[in-house]
Write a protein that binds this ligand. Structure first.
Ligand SMILES: Cc1ncc(COP(=O)(O)O)c(C=O)c1O
Length: 493
């Protein structure tokens, strides 16, 4: 196919050129009815292509013309058999994967460090999770991926599992041994579904981890908007082979995607694919080189550590994506949350993620040398500054726990009920600190990274209460609980 084409973007341009009189949605009518300040800021061009499916502008839910061609071009570029454009991020990709591949009650093996959208997908599909423990890195205070051995053991213990769901790479750019895992799963006639939200660029550079499509995933989802250049919320779902029924996947997409997709967003997927197909390797070579130079400079700063290739080979670290620059600040005496706030407040640098020990800076094809320099400057200054006394813990409890190592990531709590049943059950609020032993009905997630500490159907353990208390003291932004302060929690009645 001709990868230099962007057929869907072209269809929108043709509509604008034709000067059609619009008696259709959206109501702003190509910007004319839009709030003036907003229109002046965003510009007329974007408003003029914010249209709706109609003759000449293909329908995302029933693609026959330009979207069909754009999706085929994307499939070819990614080495997939079929690709679908998505408009509610990889969140909808996860939902559609589970809805298409599984029937209610089916067992699916999932890593416990999956993104919260997996929980939503379990609630929607009625599939039952068999949680797999990812490898825990105590030194960096993060979960890596699940190993082939863990997948094999899980399948041995539960021979009726229908699909294995893998998250690779992690938020920190650590990738799993996909080839070996797929071999194990496919040899037993099961499905592999991959959340590759953080790896839409992998397929376009030989120095990046192997992509899920290259390894032969039955279905995999990419957040094109996260690491490539499309607009926020635009993602892709790739399919290889026909182990997942094509008609079922089509039916799910037609039912769950909006009937009013944002067309600039869809067009941005078309051009992001063109950009990667035509120039991906060259652009990504520059990004990788910039990230690696920056990593080396950060590693010269006393008290900070930025992991790289040396991690490969540790349990759960089969490969790693150098464009994720994870800066471990714990030896400076800061939490990642503090470091993130200082970098933003004093040096105008905003990182993607902060957790207890780390901050993560994303390097993409849009990252400039000047931006990288500023990051290095900010981290240098951060390392030079005197540690502010007890800014995150008036009692000093957190500091003491960090020193004594009693901050460990909690173990997977027992699953007492399927997530769907617990989420939809009659619930009652109880005091969080006295909720031990109750069945959680909410998804409680430090965000980012969006990995639930406790999920619907799980028993609230003393360890979970203690860990969430620690995270709250450290200043985490908690997503999900009906009480954002987490003084109370909703449990199954
Ligand atoms: C591993 C993972 N999967 C899925 C998602 C959801 O992706 P999106 O924000 O595109 O809906 C995220 C978001 O951070 C994620 O980290």
């Amino acid at each position: 196919m001709d990868q230099s084409r962007a057929p869907y973007f072209q269809a929108l341009l043709d509509y604008v050129d034709a000067g059609v009189i619009p008696f259709h949605t959206p109501g702003h009518k190509q910007g004319i009815g839009m709030d003036r300040a907003f229109r002046e800021f965003v510009g007329d061009n974007i408003a003029s292509i914010d249209l709706t499916p109609m003759p000449g502008i293909d329908d995302l839910l029933q693609p026959k013309e330009s979207i069909l061609e754009a999706q085929r071009l994307a499939a070819e570029a990614y080495g997939a058999d079929r690709t679908h454009f998505l408009i509610n991020g990889s969140t909808s990709g996860n939902q559609c994967m589970l809805m298409a591949a599984l029937d209610p009650g089916d067992k699916v093996a999932v890593p416990r460090n999956s993104h919260k959208s997996l929980l939503g997908s379990l609630v929607m599909s009625g599939a039952r999770p068999i949680y797999m423990q990812p490898e825990v890195d105590e030194a960096l205070h993060m979960d890596h991926t699940v190993t082939p051995a863990t997948v094999e053991r899980t399948l041995d213990e539960h021979s009726d599992i229908r699909a294995v769901y893998i998250v690779s790479p992690t938020y920190y750019g650590v990738a799993a041994d996909l080839d070996r895992i797929f071999e194990i799963v496919h040899a037993r006639g099961k499905l592999v579904l991959v959340d590759e939200a953080w790896g839409p660029h992998f397929h376009f550079h030989p120095d990046l981890p192997r992509s899920a499509t290259a390894a032969g995933a039955d279905l995999c989802v990419n957040s094109t908007h996260k690491m490539l250049s499309s607009f926020s919320q635009s993602s892709m779902l790739h399919q290889i082979g026909e182990r997942v029924r094509i008609d079922r996947l089509d039916a799910v997409l037609k039912l769950f995607l909006s009937t009013s997709p944002n067309l600039p967003m869809v067009a941005s997927l078309d051009v992001a694919r063109r950009q990667m197909a035509m120039q991906g390797e060259a652009l990504l070579s520059d990004t990788i080189a910039l990230a690696q130079r920056t990593r080396a400079l950060i590693n010269e700063i006393p008290g900070v550590y930025c992991f790289g290739e040396e991690l490969v080979g540790r349990a759960g670290v089969f490969d790693f994506d150098p464009t994720k620059v994870t800066i471990t600040v714990k030896d400076l005496g800061y939490t990642g949350y503090e470091a993130s706030a200082i970098l933003r407040g004093r040096y105008n640098v905003q990182v993607e993620l902060a957790d207890l020990f780390n901050v993560v800076a994303l390097f993409t094809i849009g990252t400039t040398q000047a931006a990288a320099d500023r990051l290095v400057f900010g981290v240098k200054e951060l390392a030079r500054e005197d540690r502010p006394v007890d800014i995150f813990s008036p009692s000093g409890v957190l500091e003491r726990r960090l020193k004594t190592g009693t901050y460990k990531l909690p173990k997977i709590p027992p699953l007492r009920m399927p997530p769907r049943e617990a989420f939809l059950a009659a619930t009652e609020p109880v005091r969080f600190k006295s909720s031990q032993g109750r069945i959680c009905a909410e998804v409680i997630t430090p965000y980012p990274p969006g990995i639930p500490v406790i999920a619907p159907g799980e028993e609230i353990t003393a360890e979970i209460i203690d860990y969430l208390d620690l995270e709250l003291r450290a200043g985490v932004h908690m997503q999900g609980p009906f009480d954002p302060q987490l003084k109370r929690i909703r449990v199954v009645k």
